[in-house]
Design a protein around this ligand. Structure first.
Ligand code: AMP
Length: 409
């Protein structure tokens, strides 16, 4: 079977020219999976993270539909609403769309919190074809009638899991309720916990589900260890490990935001320079934390899975799973943060009694074996594989990223 081209997916000439200009030659899997369905008018549920090409996957069909409809929205109305969880992502989506629209008469408007409302209200007066924004400010402008959704034909909710983590669920429900029943909707999310599925079911109509698991980079260079430890002993073990200066730049993963704060407070009290990163923090506070970690002023970053996504900090020497992830797939995303760009790295997982099943699932699903370090309890299921260099070799050989792509109607 020949690989699809953008033309074979059904995209029209002006868009093909814009793509060629941007150097896009071959559709990514999520683009190949979704573009024909979106062009045909289906709703889509995309399980994909940033970096997979999802922005073009939803933006190109929308641009083609809007160009074909040739309908000018009334003042303060729009034909398409795209919701993003953060300012950065909203600006990035807008920039991509303007690049794809290249030469076509499509107007966009970005609506973000944290900046003055007046210029945004003024731009809405012109009735932009596409509005990209964050939920809080979108809702504010709806409240003052500077943004009306009764003419919207397209709706996108991007990074839905992060939206929920940042507490936007009420805003989203309010916004969705104001959309016309007759519309095309899309939801994208890197993970699909129950709350996101429920949200998707509440506003998508018979959606096509497309799932893309990005390849994890250079995992074979990561040494993977596990410490069997009591829950109450985890914090002391962490402090003890950090006595080794070889743990130079460390990300510690916790399951909850509350847990992240507790661990960060404990490390700070133990004189370890630490920052916490999670969804309860304001955008400026998150940026400050990341900045301190990037510059080396903080040696440790304690983060939840969702908050850490998309941050690309080089030179991470160690990833420590203070709590094992609930979803086995998250394990490879977490440990992939070390050993970037061909460098080696070490991933250390703490496993208490209640996490033994999670550990087995991680090993089975990801095809890896973690090397036990320190005391190995007889009932851990790991007693017959003491940590040896030979075992590490086996880790390396057995690692295979799973399922590059799945698409089902
Ligand atoms: P996204 O996941 O939408 O944030 O896209 C990730 C990056 O990949 C962006 O910099 C895009 O410009 C780029 N990109 C997306 N699709 C393609 C493609 N088919 N060919 C080349 N680059 C692409």
């Amino acid at each position: 079977m020949t690989s699809p081209t953008f033309a074979s997916l059904g995209l029209a000439e002006p868009i093909l020219r814009a793509l060629a200009k941007q150097g896009f030659e071959i559709p990514t899997p999520i683009q190949a999976g979704t573009i024909p369905k979106l062009l045909a008018g289906h709703d889509v549920l995309g399980v994909a993270q940033t970096g997979t090409g999802k922005t073009a996957a939803f933006a190109l069909p929308i641009l083609q539909h809007l160009a074909a409809a040739q309908r000018r929205p009334r003042p303060f109305s729009t034909s398409c609403l795209i919701l993003a969880p953060t300012r950065e992502l909203a600006l990035q989506i807008d920039a991509h769309i303007r690049g794809f629209a290249n030469g076509q008469p499509i107007s966009t408007c970005v609506i973000l919190g944290g900046v003055g409302r007046r210029p945004q209200e003024e731009r809405m007066r012109r009735g932009p074809d596409i509005v990209v924004g964050t939920p809080g400010r979108i809702r504010d402008l709806m409240g003052t009638k500077h943004l009306r959704l009764d003419q919207a034909t397209h709706f996108v909710l991007d990074e839905a899991d992060r939206m929920l983590d940042l507490g936007f669920i009420r805003d989203i429900r309010h916004i969705v309720a104001a959309l016309p029943a007759q519309r095309q909707s899309m939801l994208f999310s890197a993970t699909m916990p129950a709350e996101v599925s429920q949200l998707a079911n509440s506003f998508l109509r018979d959606p096509l589900r497309v799932e893309v698991t990005p390849e994890v980079r250079t995992p074979e260079k990561i040494e993977q260890q596990v410490h069997f430890v009591d829950t109450s002993g985890k914090r002391a073990l962490l402090v003890r490990l950090l006595e080794d200066p070889g743990l130079a730049r460390v990300i510690v993963f916790t399951r909850t935001k509350h847990g992240a704060n507790k661990v960060a407070d404990h490390l700070t009290a133990a004189q370890v320079s630490t920052e916490a990163l999670h969804g309860n923090k304001s955008q400026p506070a998150r940026e400050k934390s990341l900045d301190r970690f990037r510059s080396g002023r903080a040696r440790v970053l304690v983060a939840t899975d969702i908050a850490s996504r998309g941050i690309d900090v080089t030179g991470i020497s160690h990833v420590i799973n203070f709590d094992l992830p609930v979803e086995p797939e998250s394990y490879v995303h977490r440990i992939g943060r070390t050993a970037r760009a061909g460098a080696g790295g070490i991933a250390i997982s703490f496993c208490d009694q209640s996490e033994r099943a999670a550990l087995r699932a991680i090993e089975r699903v990801n095809g890896v074996t973690l090397r036990p370090v320190g005391h190995v309890p007889p009932d851990s299921g790991a007693a017959n594989r003491p940590g040896r260099p030979a075992q590490q070799q086996q880790n390396r050989r057995r690692f295979q990223p799973r399922r590059p792509m799945r698409a089902a109607a």
